[in-house]
Design a protein around this ligand. Sequence first.
Ligand code: MEZ
Length: 534
Amino acid sequence: MYTYTEEQIASMKKVEATRQERYENLFPRMSAEEKEAVLKENHPDYIESAYENLRVGPNKGDKVLHELAELLQGKSRVLDMNIDLNNPAYDVDVLVIGGGGAGASAAITAHKNGANVMMVTKLRIGDANTMMAEGGIQAADKENDSPAIHYLDAFGGGHFAAKPELLKKLVYEAPDAIKWLSDLGVMFDKDENGNMITTHGGGTSRKRMHACKDYSGAEIMRTLRDEVLNREIPIVDFTAAIEIVKDENGNAAGAVLLNMETGEVSVAKAKTVIIATGGAGRLHYQGFPTSNHYGATADGLVLAYRAGAKLLYADTLQYHPTGVAEPTQIFGALVTEKVRSLGAQLVNKEGKAFVYSLETRDVTASSIIRECRVRHNSIKTTDGEGVWLDTPMIELIGGPGTIEKRIPAMYRMFGKYGIDIRKEPILVYPTLHYQNGGIDIAANGEAGVKNLFVAGEAVGGIHGRNRLMGNSLLDIIVFGRNAGHFAAERAKEVTVGKLTLAHVDAFEKELEEAGIRPQKLSPQILPDYRRKDM
Ligand code: MEZ
């Protein structure tokens, strides 16, 4: 049970006192100039001291966060190993690395295309950020909407930086992605006439968020996992890919695998490889808590980088505006944007709204940081500070029962600590949520290295420099299927040459020449929560 402090109780009373007035007079949207200013002055992406320039590899000279630089320029785990590349334990057409929504979509599609496909995952299938996504998936499939309008929303929200060919694919294939998921068995929310219920997300000009209450990702992952299992696609679990293997022609041709339970190392040979390893929240960039799954440690970026693939926008991260700030047991966990879609407002310690609730995520997060750090209008919490998210407004707008019906997971998550979100507002602060950047791909999903494909959060450039809510669950499906299709097609024409890890030795030489003596092994595989003072 959580017991509020006296300061928190006093502030909560102010929130209650201003609720009706705030309900009647919504906080106005920001102008473009105001958005620009709040971002530059408050968004963590603008903190120069958090960054350094890479000294080796395809992005030499580009800035990335220190935590990522340490891994990209880290020590390969295979250097001290005796690896027999001539006797691979597995020999497949398509090797999928990663067990989340993108990996599963890729595997299903490659399998449907007739490929002999295998999934390898360092945890279990479904242990991924897909499972953690709550609020929904975007698709312009209603009469007042179109993929072109979806494109404009996402392009603007991403600061006009998205790669047009990728974003176009995302929005135009979105309606079919929803149909595909529905046909596989995803139970989307529907009204009494069987029509999909859709809502707004931050930065959307149409209601196009399809949801399964507030466990949309879990429902999508449940369905994809069932389909992988039904198809009897082999899954090698608790096994991390620790290096991409190439062939003598420089093409991707498999991976070195590390069994996490036994420590045994093996080789998977493949005609094509799909990296679908997800995000990086567990690196806790700039000390932020995270909404991400335990395995989100940027492994795919490291594997691809050492294999010679370029990264795009690796310097930009998404801090979801509403992570849990209190109670401490769930610090950093996701409070879905759907809570604001349904009407909850962001309110400071004086009970005043300070930002339009559905600005794009980077703007909203920056406004919360400003309210706390610059304007000193925050409420003290066990782990730092936060602002109120006035959840009782949802029932004021939607009527009694809306919270239990539309966001039951939120209701239960706080209920465990004695907090009734129908009656009391909750304390929130931005949490590290999404890697906007990642591996640069072409429209067929291929990274700069031949026969190496990438899908899901490990990709950079689909969303530009900020992503809208619900476009990630969408991209794992669209680009997962895309990579699965093209990897399976390519596999039909590939003959793999002699396997080699010469690129790893060459990268090591580059590090040496740059005077870098890496201490840290990479990929990281799991987060490190050991106490640093011991
Ligand atoms: O797209 C997301 O990140 C998402 C759906 C998150 C959420 O707030 O629920």
